[in-house]
Design a protein around this ligand. Structure first.
Ligand SMILES: *Cc1c(COP(=O)(O)O)cnc(C)c1O
Length: 495
């Protein structure tokens, strides 16, 4: 693998251990494995774990098959409420929903964060790193819980999550503070998400904190979505979806399929692109945004501009992002694998908050990617439509993709089969989903009441992890000032 901003070549395990390259770039494969149509077709007969093994062993050549097999089983063998792990549900003759939310925290982050701890500890071992891997996370809600669940009691790791004290929903807070395990820490920061995030960044940059940790036999690491170890598990489910389309005879082997992906940090959709480059017959990748539609403008015009752009808080909060960190990996490809060019554009973004790609790059981009966005009215109307037309209940993020896909098909007349990537359980965003299907008095109910009502109105099952949440014991109650995060962490580690 190599950095998007440099030429040094490293093994995947070192790329995963480091997360970010020392030059500030992101790690990308130097060459892509090639999966033949025969191999892809043969996946149809295999369960998810075996599919994952085939894909991952080609992308992670310095891991042995036994290592990967054990890691995959640790990640997906338990904790998912559907044996298919990433089931594909047919909505109509041309439209399918790839459900990525059957893991322990009911959102697609589990697909990667269940596997990452295994990949990280294996990577540490391979690179002679014997210290405990200490993961620090600042969260605006969902990533924190997914990281806690992923690292829970994984030997050789520890995970601390900082969240803004009044900046997460009651359900999100309860999900985090009720986490068990001997290696998890959850700390409320008296401040907003930016405070928590800058605090964590400061800790990562602190030499003295690193020394204190080293004296305790620990080394800091990050579970950010820029880590290749988060990206690579996501490539698997695109192959898996395609294999399921073959298995159920919805497509002929080799037939192109479109994927419509609700996008924030550009990690999920980039994994689809990597699957395409490894031989998966992909037609269009449709990038779906909410009102924070910087990517829609970029794909249409080649201009990425956040200099004068308001930030909207929406009911699809995991897509409320203006700087899509994984886009750098696509830019690198569009620039013909030119690290200087990539570094240049990223530098422009940091200093001028704007950059523009040239016509050749734009042509390459538009040859693969289509785009669109849906605001709150449109996404709630889409939840209503899917429920009334197909009796399919979608969360807000999935609904953004579904609305964008509908508009795309109308506009282009594209007749290929389409897969909507469904990223969260509707019960994770109960109030907005309930209001989408026409539930009344949503404002007067809390998250839990909305979920009970949603289940009663639709006859769908409320997941146990939500239902049981209010009754679980609170295990983490530390609150700290925003300028005392490092000190608080050191105190907690003494206990
Ligand atoms: C994180 C997330 C997304 C966005 O995925 P990216 O990889 O950041 O583009 C979409 N939906 C949900 C529910 C998420 O948690």
């Amino acid at each position: 693998m190599r950095s998007t901003r440099g030429n040094e070549s490293v093994n995947p395990s070192l790329a995963i251990l480091r997360g970010l390259a020392p030059d500030g770039g992101l790690y990308v494969p130097e060459t892509f494995p090639e999966f033949t149509l025969e191999t892809i077709t043969a996946l149809a007969e295999l369960p998810y774990e075996a599919r994952a093994l085939q894909i991952l062993s080609k992308f992670l050549p310095d891991f042995t098959e036994d290592e990967l097999k054990e890691a995959i089983h640790g990640a997906y063998g338990t904790g998912f409420d559907d044996a298919r792990i990433a089931p594909l549900v047919k909505l109509d003759d041309a439209t399918f929903s790839l459900e990525l939310w059957h893991g322990p925290t009911l959102a697609f982050k589990d697909m990667a964060l269940q596997l990452l701890p295994y990949l990280l500890t294996l990577s540490a071992r391979k690179n002679g790193e014997n210290r405990e891997i200490f993961i620090l996370v600042a969260t605006s809600g969902d990533t924190g819980k997914a990281a806690l669940e992923g690292f829970l009691d994984v030997p050789g790791t520890r995970c601390a999550v900082f969240y803004p004290k009044d900046g997460v929903s009651r359900a999100q807070r309860l999900q985090m503070v009720t986490t068990g395990g001997r290696n998890t820490h959850v700390i409320a920061v008296d401040g907003n998400f930016d405070d928590a995030q800058s605090g964590v960044k400061k800790i990562f940059g602190s030499q003295s904190f690193a020394e204190t940790m080293n004296d305790q036999g620990r080394v800091l690491s990050s579970a950010n979505s820029i880590n290749f170890g988060r990206l690579v598990p996501q490539i698997v489910y695109y192959f898996s979806a395609y294999a399921d389309l073959i298995r159920t005879e919805q497509i002929q082997p080799g037939e192109e399929v479109n994927f419509c992906v609700p996008t924030g940090n550009f990690g999920d959709i980039l994994a689809a692109d990597y699957a395409r480059r490894a031989g998966l017959p992909v037609g269009r990748l449709i990038c779906a945004s909410n009102t924070n539609n910087v990517l829609t403008d970029f794909i249409q015009t080649g201009v990425y501009d956040i200099s004068d752009r308001p930030f909207y808080k929406t009911v699809a909060p995991s897509m409320d992002i203006l700087i899509s960190s994984n886009l750098e990996r696509l830019i690198f490809t569009l620039a013909g694998n030119d690290p200087g060019r990539t570094a240049d554009l990223m530098h422009k973004l940091a200093t001028e908050r704007r950059y523009e790609i040239d016509e050749l790059m734009l042509n390459r981009l538009q040859a693969v990617y289509a785009c669109g966005y849906a605001d709150e009215v449109a996404l709630k109307a889409e939840i209503w439509k899917r429920w009334h037309d197909q009796h399919y209940l979608m969360d807000t993020h999935t609904a953004v993709a579904s609305a964008v896909l509908r508009e795309y098909v109308d506009r282009t007349g594209d007749t290929r089969k389409n897969v909507i990537v469904s990223t969260a359980s509707p019960y994770k965003f109960g109030p907005a989903v309930l209001s989408g299907i026409g539930g009344l008095e949503v404002e007067s109910m809390d998250d839990f009441e909305c979920c009970v009502k949603l289940s009663a109105l639709t006859g769908t099952k409320e997941p146990d992890v939500i239902k049981n949440l209010p009754g679980l014991p609170v295990r983490h109650d530390t609150v700290c000032a925003k300028d005392k995060m490092a000190e608080t962490l050191i105190e907690i580690l003494k206990k």
